[in-house]
Design a protein around this ligand. Structure first.
Ligand code: SAM
Ligand code: SF4
Length: 354
């Protein structure tokens, strides 16, 4: 497998033209042209959200997709069956806020029943988890990641522009009780907003067997100046946490997990650091994204996309869609171009799902 950055300047075209002249062996595993096995699809179920986190959406002025623009449940299941046929094994449901999706429990049940799909997870703000954790678990959801940027109710409300920390905690507890484990909690750390809480957040892993993941702010559309002024590197956070708790233990690393993992000595939980900006993990990338309106988005921090909805609505069957997905895997870019100053311009994080 090629692990170095093969080119620095090559920026693929933004919109990938579907190729109907290519055929791929249907039993070959989905590997991209750099040899990376691509088997993880992050699926945005909606671009809408019941929060407005400062690093994700502007306070006002978001334009949301009209419902007919979204893939219907039947269309989504068709695309995911095709993806499973190509070798995708893990699905993460995200958004916007995935729990706002109409008939979310039935949808999870249908996705989990697709032959070949081994694991279905969800990234959520947890505002609706108190009610939904049990039914989602019963429908086959394996686990959840919950976003929680602050343990101070006032600050949490400010950063999420209105979210209730109590409700989120109730959701996390409901997820734990329902068995949606191991629970992972995510905080995007923004300098001057919640970086003073890093020790308190990390200390949760000394109480609970959860993974707490610190995420660097990424420069997606709608983040305004935070991507310039707000980024605080994982290296700086690690140093601050180690200065408080003593040297951290390194933790066995799954190569396809973007989080670099550590443990506070003796803690039941672990810490993860996701450093897309300062220490990218493109060499071991195993994922692609599907937007709510059915576009395969090939790299989080680039604009390259392939429109599957157009094919579905033109009557393409599972086999044809599988060929399109294979083509998308084939042309997946090596990695993002932040070091060369290439910024994604097409979408906000709430349209892509993280
Ligand atoms: N609404 C759900 C939630 O907040 O967990 C799922 C969607 S959200 C877009 C997915 C993840 O992206 C969350 O962990 C969120 O913290 C993260 N995120 C949003 N904007 C980000 C940014 N600019 N940089 C880094 N992570 C971001
Ligand atoms: Fe909503 Fe999640 Fe974006 Fe926050 S990070 S605004 S909860 S989609």
């Amino acid at each position: 497998m090629r692990l170095d950055h093969p080119t620095t300047g090559a920026v693929p075209s933004d919109v990938i033209e579907p190729r109907h002249d290519l055929t791929y062996a249907s039993d070959a595993p989905a590997r991209d042209r750099y040899g990376r096995r691509i088997d993880y699809l992050r699926v945005s179920l909606t671009d809408r959200c019941n929060m407005r986190c400062v690093y994700c959406m502007p306070a006002v002025g978001m334009q949301f997709l009209p419902r007919p623009e979204l893939l219907s449940n039947d269309e989504l299941i068709l695309v995911l069956r095709a993806a499973a046929g190509v070798g995708f094994r893990k699905i993460r449901l995200t958004g916007g806020e995935p729990t706002l999706r109409h008939e979310i429990v039935a949808l999870v049940r249908a996705i989990k029943a697709i032959p070949g799909i081994a694991h279905v997870a969800m990234t959520t703000n947890a505002l609706r988890l108190r009610q939904l954790a049990g039914p989602l678990r019963e429908a086959g959801l394996d686990r959840v990641n919950v976003s929680i940027d602050s343990l101070d109710p006032q600050k949490f409300r400010q950063m999420t522009r209105g979210g209730s920390l109590d409700e989120v905690w109730a959701g996390v507890r409901a997820a734990d009780e329902a068995g949606l484990r191991p629970i992972k909690l995510n905080a995007v750390v923004v300098r001057g907003m919640n970086d003073d809480e890093v020790i308190r957040l990390a200390a949760l892993t000394t109480q609970y067997p959860w993974e707490f993941r610190f995420i660097e702010v990424m420069p997606l559309t709608g983040v305004a100046g935070l991507a310039e002024d707000g980024v605080i590197s994982s290296a700086e956070l690690l140093a601050r946490i180690a200065a408080h708790f003593g040297p951290l233990e390194t933790y066995g690393q799954d190569p396809s997990d973007p989080a670099r993992c550590y443990r506070i000595p003796g803690a039941p939980g672990k810490l993860g650091f996701i450093s897309a900006v300062t220490d990218p993990f493109c060499a071991t990338c195993n994922r692609m994204r599907l937007t709510a309106e059915g576009r395969l988005h090939l790299c989080l921090l680039r604009d390259d996309e392939l429109d599957l909805r157009a094919a579905v609505r033109a009557g393409a069957g599972e086999g044809e869609i599988a060929q399109l997905i294979r083509h998308a895997v084939d042309v997946k870019p090596w990695g993002h171009g932040l070091p060369e100053g290439v910024r994604p311009t097409l979408r906000s994080m709430s349209q892509l799902g993280g």
